[in-house]
Design a protein around this ligand. Sequence first.
Ligand code: ADP
Length: 395
Amino acid sequence: MKILVANLGSTSFKYRLFDMANERVLARGGVERIGSPQSRCFVESGGVREETTVEAKDHAVAVRLCLQQLADPKRACLKDPSELAAIGFKAVHAQGITGVQRVDERVLAAMEAYNDVAPAHNPPYVTAMRLLARELPQIPLVAAFETGFHETIDAAERLYAVPLEWVTQYGIQRWGFHGASHRYIAGRAAELLGNPAAKIISCHLGGSSSLCAIEAGKSRANSLGMSPQTGLPHNNRVGDFDPFALPALMRATGKTLEQLLDDLANRSGLLGLSGRSNDLRDIEEAAGNGDPVSKQALDVFVAAVRHYLGAYLLLLGGADAIVFTGGIGENSATIREAVCANLGWLGITLHHKLNAEAKGECRIHSFQSRVDLWIMPTNEELVVARQAKALLEAK
Ligand code: ADP
């Protein structure tokens, strides 16, 4: 069975093609600048990368082009486009729907209903999925929702203290996201520790960031809440914030609620705090050159990570492992160092040299640490491919 896992942007389509017999990636590629006469199409298979300029007026044209490339006999990734069993999507949020779903009008309408709850994610997905469902009806589309992994979170960690009917009638609660990444880390960490019952705190730190408390492979809490804007500060999304600041801001700035929500979703987080960049590398560099505002932005980010880390250590009653993943978690030795600072009294001790020199999947704790510290590159696409396969086989 061959499954293509798609990553959609408003003007981009990127994919990995999996052979599910051995979970091998046969090819990766995509199209960028969709809608322009100079779209850039790339494909990589068997260690060979090719790039071409094409005209892809929309996502359906882009997907067709990619499937043709994959079926080209010189690549032989697909015998023909119909060999594809499904396209899987790491979908974010839908009103009243979670888990793994065949994409149909009911799912699309539920996603569309939350366009303003997940403004960076839902609109491009809904538009592209609707187009693909219409233009390529022979290919099953499967949405694996990021919220699915967090269905096991207890009410104590899931509920906001709001009138109960907001939860029961309107679904206002901490849903949790980054499910594919945390599910992968849960499985991989249990495998490496040789302990399926392990207590793991997964720190996915990247363009968007969240911590997840995991026990015996199940999510027990996630720092993301009702929307992907909450929890830790993200690259340009706010993280935890008091809604009662909004009327004060509306009066002070003359902005509407929609304008302020747009600021919170696009000009806040690391970008807002640093006033410089949404990329941690730029902020680290400026802080290293003595810029106090950049240093402060890093401090806020680290304090937020430690806030949830502390909470999850209490929730789980300790941890067998703390895992760092995502672009920041995998690459920033400085952030890992700051997150783990002065935790020896909890039995958490980083090995400074291993941390500084870490590359790829590796352990970074010192020999006296009672808690394992690991870096694990996540593999969200593989999780989505497995979930899509399971759904197709269940039908
Ligand atoms: P996304 O959450 O969008 O999938 P990633 O997990 O790839 O993104 O994380 C992207 C972020 O990782 C970048 O914005 C940058 O802040 C950070 N990053 C990537 N490489 C490094 C690095 N070498 N050092 C520090 N931060 C890095």
